[in-house]
Design a protein around this ligand. Structure first.
Ligand code: ATP
Ligand code: FE2
Length: 328
């Protein structure tokens, strides 16, 4: 079985083709704002302008493995959550491909795709997942037919918080990797607000406090303290979900999962609890078409396809709305 997946919920437009056993091909094109954060309409225009090329390149790579477009068994696309204009652009392309290739259309929840591709490539069975990206920050685990959200951000995602702080310092987008670099140069902790409420966390007040602190302290110290505080909050909630669900695996996914300090903190926590920790390679950690293709394949095998009329995008699509029919 072969499925093509299209991803473009935010700044990365990507196409991937997978079979049940391997990644066949992947291509991408990334929108980078000239200044400031991501502008949804500009990002959607980027996706529209590069769609043809991204699809052409993924087919080109697949053809080197003797796979033709007509061999595809399904066309999957990220139906949400994400920015409305971006989602609509990607859905339009997916519908067109589905009609042209006479392959069924499959709508994929973006958050679940991060989990499923991580489980696949890291060979995990039933992990607690810490999903940390620009817009999203959630702790999820499978329970009775759904991926339940055990904890999540009450305001902005951790990636957006890091990007916002970096922007205030005059650093270019994306800010996460620059903060990580600067933080390596300090070990002086400046107290910042640690906000965990029940199982949820919040980054907005912490970001404002960090911007405030950067006016009076060396920037390296503030980067270090911001990372230590925010990542400790995420690790605490992940640990509590692990204990509550009585699971023994933790999966870290999303663009912020590339941060070595975050991975180290979660790994230490896992070691102390005797749990296995895994983080997939960067190309599937950030947004990518492979994860949409793979989750599409799981849905297709379970018979879950979409008619064109039911293929509207869902900008606030929550993972726990999805019936996980592929796990028995
Ligand atoms: P989603 O649609 O899932 O919200 P996204 O559009 O935010 O995803 P991702 O590629 O998953 O895209 O994540 C991008 C975020 O990851 C940015 O906020 C960026 O600053 C952050 N990031 C990337 N590398 C690092 C790093 N090394 N440390 C911290 N943050 C990082
Ligand atoms: Fe994502």
């Amino acid at each position: 079985m072969l499925v093509l997946g299209l991803e473009g919920t935010a700044w990365n437009l990507s196409a991937g083709i997978v079979s049940e056993s391997e990644i066949i091909a992947v291509s991408e094109s990334t929108y980078l704002p000239k200044e400031g954060g991501i502008h949804p309409r500009e990002a959607a225009q980027h996706h529209a302008a590069h769609m043809r090329d991204v699809i052409r390149r993924v087919f080109e790579e697949a053809s080197r493995k003797s796979i033709r477009p007509s061999d595809l068994d399904g066309i999957a696309f990220s139906q949400g959550p994400g920015m409305g204009p971006c989602l609509r652009t990607v859905a339009t392309a997916a519908r067109a491909l589905s009609l042209k290739l006479k392959a069924p259309l499959i709508g994929v929840n973006h958050c679940i795709a991060h989990i499923e591709v991580g489980k696949w490539l890291c060979e995990l069975e039933d992990p607690v997942t810490l999903y940390v990206s620009g817009a999203n920050s959630q702790v999820l685990a499978y329970r009775t037919g759904r991926y339940r959200i055990f904890g999540e951000t009450l305001d902005i995602g951790i990636g957006n918080a890091l990007d916002k702080f970096a922007r205030a310092l005059g650093l270019s987008h994306p800010g996460g990797p620059k903060i990580e670099e600067l933080a390596l140069k300090s070990e002086r902790y400046i107290p910042l607000p640690y906000v965990v409420k029940g199982m949820d966390f919040s980054f907005s007040g912490l970001t404002t406090a960090a911007i405030e602190a950067s006016r009076k302290n060396p920037v390296e110290d503030v980067c270090y303290s911001l990372q230590e505080t925010a990542f400790a909050m995420l690790t605490e909630v992940t640990e509590r979900a692990l204990a509550h669900c009585e699971k023994d695996e933790v999966l870290l996914v999303g663009g912020v999962g590339a941060n070595r300090r975050l991975a180290e903190m979660v790994k230490e926590m896992c070691e102390a609890r005797g749990a296995r920790f895994a983080v997939p390679p960067i190309k599937v950690l950030k947004d990518n078409g492979i994860m949409i293709a793979y989750t599409g394949l799981l849905l297709l095998k379970a018979g879950k396809t979409l008619s064109i009329k039911d293929s509207r995008v869902i900008p606030d699509y929550r993972p726990d709305e999805v019936e996980v029919v592929w796990i028995k």
